[in-house]
Design a protein around this ligand. Sequence first.
Ligand code: AMP
Length: 332
Amino acid sequence: MQPTDGSLHLGNYCGALRQWVSLQDELDALYFVADLHSLTVNPDPTLLRERSRRTAAQYLAAGVNPEQSILFVQSHVPQHAELGWLLQCQTGFGEASRMTQFKDKSAKRNAEGTTVGLFAYPMLMAADILLYDSALVPVGEDQRQHLELTRDLAVRLNARFGDGTVVVPEAHIVKGGAKIQDLQNPSAKMSKSSAGGKGCVWLLEDPKKAVKAIKSAVTDADPAYTVRFDPENKPGISNLLTIFSAFTDRDVDSIAAEYDGRGYGYLKVDCAEAVTAWLQPFQERAAVYLDDPVQLDAILADGAARARAWAAPVLARVYDRFGLLPVTNAGA
Ligand code: AMP
């Protein structure tokens, strides 16, 4: 995730972070704070530093275990940018122009506001993946096209430079990866920009605000107060059920059965309680890391050292296949 805000939101947690925590039990996982990616929106340097720490603290508070997984900040592993350049040199201009995220984002900015970095973003993401010989990439729908580009590039590299140049990764569609909608506009994805921010729950904000946002969630005018999981016809109720389920590990149908016909207020109050029961200890754990940046930085430094040790031989192999002249000790 990019360190573009002071806090992650409920969608980031339910859609990604929560799954990362369970994946580390089964797999050798690497998680990073995508600070190089965030440079495409030209962040304020002081805010960026602080937000990188806040993002890492939230990974840890959510349960990413730095002993089990490798947790680091992207810019601490220079091989990401180095491999990114090689991949840019293998990507067609037309191919990169077809990326829908680039088209959407560049359409919102004028030509001056659209940087070459924004254009090259998917190649940096491909480097993030290929640098570790990654087999599986946990992705949401929004990143599918970028992962397809990564796979195309991997196949291309192996065809041009020989089998085994890089590992072709697979998408890992994570079970239970929930898409969370905006509480004020349940037909749109929860994000910082939608509905003036009122439909978004921030993980590090005062839990009272989360309660207020959930209690004032837009539902529907069904006089029977039917509660069922039906995103098409009952998007607001379905969203509350998804959130409630994520924080209680109960399935949506059993929650729906319990609240059906009782008035939406009951569902909202209990959903808000489930979220805040998780938020409070989460915030306390995050505060421990944020109050001790020396300890946090040490965790990140250790993760970066382990990531560099993993990345270096992979990058050396790719450099060699590309025909780049190796450094020798002959002149030393
Ligand atoms: P973003 O904040 O859009 O860069 O997304 C960071 C991660 O959070 C990605 O894995 C997204 O798929 C996930 N994510 C963002 N918003 C939501 C949402 N509303 N529901 C589910 N997952 C989300």
